[in-house]
Each structure stands twice: as structure tokens, then as C-alpha cells.
Design a binder for this molecule. Structure first.
Ligand code: GLN
Length: 440
């Protein structure tokens, strides 16, 4: 859809100003109900008018001229409020642009606003935001998923052409699944993390959420690749494949969801003459136990800078329960006497899971499973910490193995959108995106 819109804007059939004004009016009308946007960019329309002038005067316009996007509130944008949906950073304004932002602005995309999220990206439901729950536009009394809740809900609510999220253990794919949009987590290192406020830097990736796979691909092509500000960012080259073999991973979860994903995979495979088979991995059930200790430790260490001196308030005095749980837990696990017990064991488990995926990708080209193994709960419904963490059972795996993964809408169950998740070998991002189009 972005491709067609860019053609319209370049061809003078639609102005950038009208495109952006439409979104801003829609946010004014519907955001009080959805709460997916925390701050609107006050200069968005002015910036759109400048782009229209550029096009009218025959000057070279960027690849995304006039396209509007919403940014997760943990990605730095100069002059806008980057609060991570936390009281800790309540009025904190970005002092520089993250690399992804610079790349998108260089192509004349326009920032519409900053999105709501789980506080410091800790959560799977959007409920840990200090600025109110974000609602699911597809089912208003349900959670939209998280932690990029507002980024997913904003695409679903038609507040933007696309949005940016961050994914440490599923935070792009999980809300994409619940809100019925496409969410893409690139291979670790495929996109620069410069300017992202970390949850856990060895897992975090920035990626796009959009209405379809092609839109995600267009955005990925612009934000990906080497960056002198992030030594971990590299240029990957995808493999080319002549015949495709799909592995449907055996997982635990809601049978209705699992069957739906399996049926869809079988149908697409038959239609496209792909080989497919069930596969099983020994240690996928250990994903959550592996992921959380590592996140706790890295998050604890990353938040030591929020001591109230340089940025905002002291985090221990101002953050919510889930953030505090991780700081206290991470602090404990980091103590020398416990290090071998939790953190080092988690790192060992990480290597084992990574190895299992490496071996699996010697036999199959892509692996398919549900994005989330259960349906989203009602907003405000009390669920245990374990149940909350279990939303991530199937998404943390790609972060642990550092591989690319996408969530694509796969119909509905009980009126709620369900996402199909596709994973590929590390670095095979372009291949993954190409094949994902067949599943739409
Ligand atoms: N829900 C997971 C967590 O709370 C994932 C978060 C994320 O990917 N940012 O850690």
C-alpha cells in the first residue's frame, strides 16, 4: 500500500499535506478511545507542506516522500518526547535522532507522533504503561499485546502508514498478532540499534509494523545495514533458494490457534509446491526460562544510568511494578554468588537453543509456528506474572537464536486476530520477507 501511495504523492494525485492531515485528524477523533499515541509531532503538517513544495518544484524527493509514521517512545527523535511510557522520563526530549530515524527522514518520511508502549518495553500486553492502557482497535476490550502496543494499534487504527517498534522477546510480533497487522523483527544486527533505549541489548532489534509484508520490506530496505554508530550493525546477504522446504514446529498452546497455523501452512505449501513437514526441537520449552534471567540482568545494568542525575527521575522512585521487579531481580541475579546459578546457566541454554535452530536450518529453509500461543485477555483482567510471560513463549526463540522472524495475520478465532510466525536463518531477512508474501 505504501508503494501505491508514494506513486500518488509523486504524481500529484495526493498531497503529503492531505496524507498527514488525514492521520492527524483520525488520531484526534479516535485516539481518546484507543490511546496508542502519546504525543503528536506538532510540526508534521508543516513538514508535509515542505515536501509538497519539493515535489512541485521538481526537486528530487526521497523514497518515502510524504509517508507518515509513528515511533515507539523508546527510540530517540530529536525534539520529541521519548518517555518509554514511564514517569522516570516523563518530559524527557530526545537530543538526537536514532540512526533509523535519520534514514527515514532522509527519504522524506514524516513523523506523526510517538506511541504508547509497555514501560521501558517490559511487558506483553500494553498494560504497564504509566500513561494508561492502550486498547486493541480490533477488539476494544482486549489488550493489544506489547510491548510495542501503540505501534501496532496505531497501524490497525489507521493513524499512520507504518510504525517502528522494538523487539527484545516478541514486542513487535506479539502486538502485531493481536492487532491483525504485520510485524517484522530483523536478524540481530541487521538494523542499527543506535538511539534505541535498551531493554536487553543482546536481544533488542528495531523493526517495522505495517499493513502488509511489502510495506515492511520497503521500510526494512531503508533502515537496514551497517552503521558507524553501532558496531553490531552489519550488511547481511540473503541466500537464494530454488526449492523451499518448510518445517512446522510442534509447539504447545491453544489447539485452535495451532490448527489454524498448520492448515494455512499446508494450503500455502500445496499452492506453491513447497515441501513441508512437522519438526520438533528439544529445548524450545526452555525459551522463557532462558530469556528472562538474561533480560533481567541486562536491564538492571542498562537502567543504572537512570539515577535521577542526567535523565529524568531516579528509576527506583518512579517506575511501575514490572520494571521494579526486573531491577530488583536483575540486581540479585547479578550478585557474584548467584551468577553461576542463573545468568551463566541461561547463557548456556541460549547457546543450546541457538545450536538447535542452526541445525534445523540445515534441513528446512523456514520454520512456522503461531506468533502467540493464546488469545489476548480482557484489559484489566488479573493474570499471573507467569501467564503474562507465557505470551512470549514462541517469540523469544527468534531473539535467543538472533534470527529474523515475522508475524502475519492469519484470520480470526472468536473474532480475534491470530498471527502466523515465520522464522528463517540468521541473515536471510530478504528471503524471509519474499516468502512471507505468499502467506498473506
Ligand atoms: N514481553 C517481553 C518482555 O517483557 C518482550 C519485551 C520486548 O520484546 N520488548 O520482556
Amino acid at each position: 500500500m505504501i508503494k501505491q501511495k508514494i506513486e500518488q504523492i509523486r504524481g500529484g494525485k495526493l498531497s503529503a499535506e492531505d496524507n498527514i492531515t488525514y492521520f492527524i485528524n483520525k488520531i484526534k477523533k479516535d485516539n481518546p478511545k484507543i490511546n496508542s499515541v502519546l504525543h503528536v509531532n506538532p510540526d508534521a503538517v508543516k513538514q508535509a507542506i515542505e515536501i509538497d513544495k519539493k515535489i512541485k518544484n521538481g526537486k528530487k524527493a526521497g523514497k518515502l516522500a510524504g509517508i507518515g509514521f509513528i515511533v515507539k517512545s523508546n527510540i530517540n527523535v530529536k525534539g520529541l518526547i521519548i518517555n518509554c511510557a514511564s514517569k522516570t522520563l516523563e518530559n524527557y526530549k530526545g537530543t538526537y535522532n536514532a540512526s533509523v530515524i535519520d534514514r527515514l527522514l532522509k527519504e522524506d518520511a514524516i513523523i506523526i507522533g510517538m506511541s504508547n508502549m509497555d514501560e521501558f518495553a517490559c511487558g506483553s500486553s500494553g498494560e504497564t504503561s504509566a500513561f494508561g492502557f492502550c486498547k486493541n482497535p480490533r477488539s476494544i476490550d482486549r489488550i493489544p499485546g506489547g510491548s510495542s502496543s501503540g505501534s501496532a494499534a496505531s497501524v490497525a487504527a489507521d493513524f499512520c502508514d507504518f510504525s517502528l517498534g522494538s523487539d527484545t522477546g516478541g514486542s513487535i510480533r506479539n502486538p502485531a498478532s493481536h492487532c491483525g497487522v504485520v510485524g517484522y523483527k530483523p536478524s540481530y544486527g541487521a538494523v542499527s540499534r543506535y538511539g534505541l533505549i535498551d531493554l536487553a541489548m543482546s536481544f533488542d532489534q528495531i523493526g517495522p509494523l505495517a499493513n502488509d509484508v511489502q510495506d515492511c520490506q520497503i521500510i526494512f530496505d531503508i533502515i537496514k545495514g551497517k552503521d558507524e554508530n553501532d558496531p553490531a550493525a552489519i550488511d547481511y546477504k540473503s541466500e537464494k533458494k530454488d526449492s523451499i522446504k518448510i518445517g512446522i514446529l510442534e509447539v504447545k498452546g491453544d489447539k485452535k490457534i495451532i490448527d489454524k497455523i498448520k492448515n494455512k501452512t499446508e494450503k500455502v505449501s500445496k499452492d506453491n509446491k513447497y515441501n513441508y513437514d512437522k519438526i520438533s526441537l528439544n529445548n524450545v520449552d526452555l525459551g522463557i526460562q532462558t530469556y528472562y534471567p538474561i533480560v533481567y540482568v541486562e536491564f538492571f545494568s542498562g537502567t543504572r544510568k537512570f539515577d535521577g542525575r542526567k535523565y529524568g527521575k531516579k528509576i527506583e522512585d518512579s517506575a511501575g511494578v514490572e520494571v521494579l521487579r526486573r531491577i530488583v531481580g536483575g540486581g540479585k541475579i547479578s550478585k557474584a554468588e548467584f551468577a553461576g546459578k542463573y545468568y551463566r546457566r541461561a547463557l548456556t541454554a541460549k547457546r543450546i537453543i541457538e545450536e538447535e535452530f542452526n541445525n534445523a536450518f540445515k534441513k528446512v529453509d523456514i520454520i512456522i509456528m503461531p506468533t502467540v500461543p493464546k488469545l489476548p485477555h480482557k484489559i484489566g483482567e488479573k493474570i499471573s506474572v507467569e501467564d503474562m510471560y507465557n505470551y512470549d513463549t514462541l517469540t523469544v526463540l527468534a531473539n535467543i537464536a538472533q534470527i529474523p522472524a515475522i508475524s502475519i495475520p492469519c484470520g480470526e478465532i472468536e473474532g480475534l486476530p491470530v498471527g502466523l510466525q515465520i522464522l528463517a536463518k540468521k541473515g536471510n531477512d530478504d528471503f524471509l520477507l519474499d516468502i512471507s508474501k505468499k502467506f498473506e
